[in-house]
Design a protein around this ligand. Structure first.
Ligand code: 5AD
Ligand code: SF4
Length: 504
């Protein structure tokens, strides 16, 4: 046991009364700013600093020796990747990962705020954490991610779940070592959110989950302010990493043997708009495609920023995959207008036409919200007809969920819940039907599959993905795990394909 750990052992944990008093004090001292559209819109693009000098403070480098951590991640790929960064930081501090929450000395919940049910899951989990803390008062419990950026959530945790040791936001991940130290050595809950809106911190350590597929952030934040969406508040303003930093990271991944890279951004094709020189996602992809890495994807795009140059570069093919995830949200121009999407139904269809003309084999997938305040039956029908017209092969579909602080959350909504559910079901059946049609087309075809490992359902079956992100199951030698192999498709289900290895 090192000195810091000894010190930690001697710590007297606060009584509930002390905790509550400190919470009240913290509450009085902290200047929270709830999501504020007017103010957020005025945020300046310029004052983003890029830091290359990140280091774990010396006194925290061995704090985790013989200690363990567990991180539960909710939400999108951005969150998954943030978890990889936090895991990287913790392992540099000496901690090792455990697969059981109960065995961990540090437990982090990396949360998602996009819809109410995502938040409810986290509050449910907090209920399970209480007895863990009671049993082992030395365990450090942290809440981070998008929910930590919401004022109401922070207050609720402070008041109803005072056993939580730290709450920190999406802009404060690199402070994890010092926050952990504070949480260990102070009696009070440590809260660090709403500090500076977000710099770019390069050189953060990462403990990646996989050895084949890697995520690479190319930009952070979103400035679109769709009226339903909490992301521009929880993730802050758009800020792009420098091309050379992204290119170097991808080259490094190639040297490490990764087969697939997914470029990440909340609004990934706004990449470069904030850079002081003329450079966009098209330029970046044009450089990245020359790196000898078999597959490059990107997510998530916005139709408004999908420019001609990007399409031209994607059309060059090679390691740039012809699968584009392009959220449309609704097929009705009226709804799109109140969503502040900045594109109409026709704009979207014209863009799809342009993409298909240059990339005839493209697979398009999307995100759709049904039941936006006062969406009429006719407007919903327009969504169905757009889904058919585009021929989406997959869609993530959601019932609109009001998010506190966003403009749409203030609007009266007369549509009954059961109507919204019915719309979602109709939409899902159409999407499933289209998916099956697309899957059936593969029967008899030979596709390249990146074999990722054993199938989750049957260890005797291998599973992997095609360039267009279709799941393929096949029986073959496990020595093929990590390889890209040709597979002849023999049959298809709605969400997956089955095939056999082509050996000749
Ligand atoms: N309610 C329902 N769905 C939402 N999304 C974003 N905000 C909301 C909300 N308030 C969906 C959008 C987005 C996806 C990531 O989540 O479709 O593209
Ligand atoms: Fe949210 Fe995407 Fe709209 Fe940004 S572009 S506000 S992340 S839905």
């Amino acid at each position: 046991m090192n000195e810091q750990q000894k010190h930690l052992q001697q710590l007297v944990k606060p009584t509930t009364k002390e905790h509550v008093e400190r919470l009240q004090q913290l509450h009085d001292e902290t200047t929270y700013e709830p999501p504020n559209l007017k103010k957020a819109r005025k945020r300046l693009k310029k004052d983003v600093d890029i830091h290359y000098d990140f280091e774990i403070p010396e006194d925290m480098r061995q704090i985790g020796d013989n200690q363990t951590y567990y991180i539960r991640t909710y939400g999108c790929q951005m969150n998954e990747h943030d978890t990889e960064v936090m895991a990287g930081l913790l392992s540099r501090m000496g901690y090792t990962e455990v697969s059981e929450m109960r065995e961990a000395d540090v437990i982090l919940l990396n949360t998602c705020a996009i819809r109410e049910n995502a938040e409810n899951k986290v509050f449910g989990e907090l209920g399970h954490l209480k007895p863990i803390k009671k049993e082992n008062p030395d365990v450090i419990i942290g809440i981070c991610g998008c929910m930590s950026q919401e004022e109401g959530v922070v207050h609720r945790i402070m008041q109803k779940h005072p056993f939580v040791d730290m709450i920190f936001g999406t802009h404060n991940i690199h402070h994890l070592p010092s926050l952990l130290k504070e949480a260990m050595f102070q009696k009070a809950m440590v809260v660090e959110v709403w500090s500076k809106e977000g710099d770019i911190i390069e050189n953060l350590p990462k403990q990646r989950k996989g050895k084949l597929k890697a995520w690479v952030n190319i930009m952070y934040g979103c400035d679109k302010f769709c009226t339903y969406c909490i992301v521009p508040y929880t993730r802050g303003k758009e800020r792009s990493r420098l091309p050379e930093d992204v290119i170097e990271e991808v080259k490094q991944l190639q040297r490490e043997g990764y087969k697939e890279v997914t470029l990440l951004g909340q609004n990934v094709n706004a990449y470069g708009k904030d850079l002081p020189f003329d450079y966009g996602l098209g330029n970046l992809l044009d450089e990245l495609r020359q790196i000898d890495i078999p597959r490059i994807r990107f997510t998530t795009s916005h139709p408004r920023d999908f420019d001609d140059h990007l399409i031209d570069v994607l059309a060059k093919g090679g390691n740039l995959l012809d699968h584009i995830h392009l959220p449309v949200q609704s097929g009705s121009s009226d709804i799109l207008r109140v969503m502040a999407r900045r594109h109409t139904r026709d704009d979207y269809l014209t863009l799809v036409k342009k993409i298909k003309a240059k990339m005839p084999d493209v697979t398009l997938t999307t995100d759709i919200i049904v039941g936006f305040p006062n969406e009429t039956d006719e407007q919903f029908e327009e969504t169905l007809s757009l889904v058919e017209a585009v021929g989406f092969e997959h869609a993530f579909t959601f019932i609109y969920s009001p998010r506190e602080g966003t403009p749409a959350a203030r609007w009266q909504d007369e549509t009954p819940e059961n109507v919204k559910k019915e719309r979602l079901q109709r939409l899902n059946s159409l999407v499933n039907k289209q998916s099956k049609v697309a899957m059936d087309r593969y029967i008899g075809e030979v596709v390249d599959v990146l074999i990722e490992g054993e199938s989750r359902k049957d260890p005797n079956v291998l599973a992997g993905y095609t360039k267009r992100n279709k799941l393929v199951n096949l029986k073959a030698s496990k020595s093929l795990i990590g390889e890209i192999v040709p597979v002849r498709i023999t049959h298809a289900k709605t969400w997956s394909l089955y095939g056999e290895l082509v050996t000749e």
